[in-house]
Design a protein around this ligand. Structure first.
Ligand code: PDD
Length: 313
């Protein structure tokens, strides 16, 4: 199983997928994207990803002339080409191996002359990449990971290119992640222009203190993570109080537990920030419980939607 790509309706293997260099997604990073995953072959929280894709596009004045159904069909066709169509529906996933899909949907301004005038690009490009979901090592969930504070670079100011836009222009994120990689860490934690914590380079940040789970508010300048919202819903439903609150360095360093969330990695415990342990330096009980409840709910919803689609097909 390898990556397959759908470029404006044409599916090829990744090596043969091409986009013109005059596409403004390439020239200017002018476009938006989403990443969703499957559980047992079933797209997870697909409607929420579609809604966020359209919200991001609206924020850059980009029309998305494709219906939700059209984007879904193209995604499913690309997954099928990649051998990930209904993978695992029979529950045959060997442990430690993922036969679930990673699907990245990109909508760009399209091809046009070298000018910022949107009128130069009458037709947006729709690119969909489907590949096996990268496996996060089990040790990351069981023992936790190290992250670093991103120094010298802050998260985009909300009134510049707002982090609410899931933009193809990912330079700010890449700069943060470069610092993490250099330090041998799995994520970098950004501060915002006020010096508060915002989010990580490709995930949302949470802390746990005195039994309460807290994450910075959207107003701190961060992506409205779909995993972030789902985690809070799941937590609150099982009696773990989850709320938004502005956070500072001291809140993170003094927390009992910390973790980050993203579509591809679910909930990853953080046990070290820079060279300092968080809590007792081990995966905390609330983080572990949230991860278990998250996975239980994801499995339940996926089973439900595959039963529903079997009934209607
Ligand atoms: N990253 N913050 C940033 C900056 C992100 O890029 C992401 C997701 C998140 C988490 O959002 P969600 O829970 O909706 O995946 C937060 C995706 C997975 C990526 O770029 O691959």
């Amino acid at each position: 199983m390898s990556a397959f790509v759908n470029v404006n309706g044409v599916i090829t293997d990744a090596a043969h997928a091409v986009i013109p260099v005059y596409d403004h997604g390439f020239l200017y990073g002018e476009g938006v994207y989403e990443v969703f995953r499957t559980y047992h072959g079933v797209p997870f929280l697909f409607d929420r990803h579609q809604a966020r894709l359209r919200a991001s596009a609206a924020r850059i004045g980009l029309g998305v002339p494709f219906t939700d159904d059209e984007i879904e069909w193209r995604s499913l066709a690309t997954m099928t080409a990649a051998g990930l169509g209904n993978a695992g529906l029979a529950g045959d996933k060997p442990s430690g191996l993922s036969n679930d899909a990673y699907v990245r949907i990109l909508v760009t301004r399209g091809v046009g002359e070298i000018t910022y005038d949107p009128a130069a690009c009458p037709t947006p490009s729709l690119v969909i990449i489907a590949k096996p979901l990268p496996v996060t090592p089990a040790a990351h969930y069981e023992q936790g990971v190290k992250v670093v504070m991103v120094e010298d670079v802050i998260r985009n100011h909300p009134e510049s290119v707002s982090p609410l836009i899931k933009s193809n222009n990912l330079l700010n994120n890449a700069l943060g992640m470069q610092q993490a990689i250099k330090a041998g860490a799995v994520e970098g934690v950004f501060r915002n222009y006020r010096g508060e914590l915002s989010e990580c380079s490709q995930s949302n940040l949470f802390i746990v203190s005195n039994g309460v789970v807290r994450t910075p508010p959207l107003e701190a300048g961060l992506l409205a993570g779909i995993t972030r919202a789902f985690t809070m819903d799941v937590g609150n439903a099982v009696g773990i109080r989850c709320e938004e609150a502005p956070l500072k360095d001291a809140d993170l360093f003094g927390a009992d537990e910390a973790f980050f969330t993203s579509t591809t990695k679910e909930i990853v415990p953080i046990v070290r920030v820079d060279d300092r342990a968080i809590g007792d330096g081990r995966v905390g009980p609330i983080t572990a419980r949230l991860l278990a409840e998250y996975r239980r709910e994801a499995e339940r919803l996926s089973a439900l939607s595959s039963r529903l689609s079997a009934r209607t097909s």
